[in-house]
Write a protein that binds this ligand. Structure first.
Ligand SMILES: [Zn+2]
Length: 202
């Protein structure tokens, strides 16, 4: 029996296309595709349709890069949120953990990654220029850096704090990883310690 018969083309195609998603290697793709197939066909179809709808409708906000279904996201277009406070996160989903606290009344800026020299990711690959533009344009008072509390997140935070400090003398920068467990990712940090770190930012 040929390899192609054991692993039919639709299966191979599905696996190969999932590996194009960042962080999904062969194992990740296998987990997603094989587990999807455990669902009943109608449920399976619904999951795929929801993904397709998300893929077609969602894009980064043209101001802050939060994922949105409009040109400008709900946070940026909310007149009650101050544009003079910017909370910098690595990825759009990180803002979710901060929003859940229902305390922050400023806006966000998504870097779309972090500085990682070993992977060849430099500040030019992130949305740093746009961040500087926004700080200038909105006469920002404080930039709260909420990159992940691991080595790369720390390095990214330190880079931004220096860059902003050198360029804007009157802009305060603060870091909210205070008290968080070193090496943990923002999404795994429980609400209480995240809330504490927000209060204790320095
Ligand atoms: Zn926005």
């Amino acid at each position: 029996m040929a390899f192609e018969d054991i692993f039919p083309q639709p299966l191979r195609q599905a696996l190969e296309s999932v590996t194009r998603i960042p962080t999904y290697g062969e194992r990740g793709a296998g987990r997603l595709v094989y587990n999807l197939l455990k669902l009943d066909p109608p449920e399976r179809k619904e999951v795929v349709e929801k993904l397709l709808e998300a893929a077609e409708k969602l894009k980064p906000c043209k101001e802050c890069y939060l994922i949105t279904d409009r040109e400008v996201c709900a946070v940026c277009s909310d007149p009650k949120r101050s544009k003079r406070f910017i909370c910098v996160v690595e990825e759009s989903q990180d803002a979710y953990y901060i929003e859940r606290l229902e305390r922050y009344r400023g806006v966000y800026h998504v870097l779309q990654g972090r500085i990682a020299p070993l992977e060849g990711i430099s500040p030019q690959d992130l949305t740093v220029e746009k961040l500087l533009e926004r700080i200038e344009k909105n006469r920002v008072k404080e930039v709260i850096i909420a990159t992940n509390p691991n080595a790369e997140g720390e390095a990214t935070a330190n880079y931004l704090i220096k860059l902003i400090g050198d360029r804007f003398k009157n802009v305060k920068t603060s870091r909210i990883s205070y008290g968080l467990q070193f090496g943990s990712l923002l999404e795994f940090v429980d609400e209480l310690s995240l809330e504490k770190s927000f209060e204790n930012r320095k």
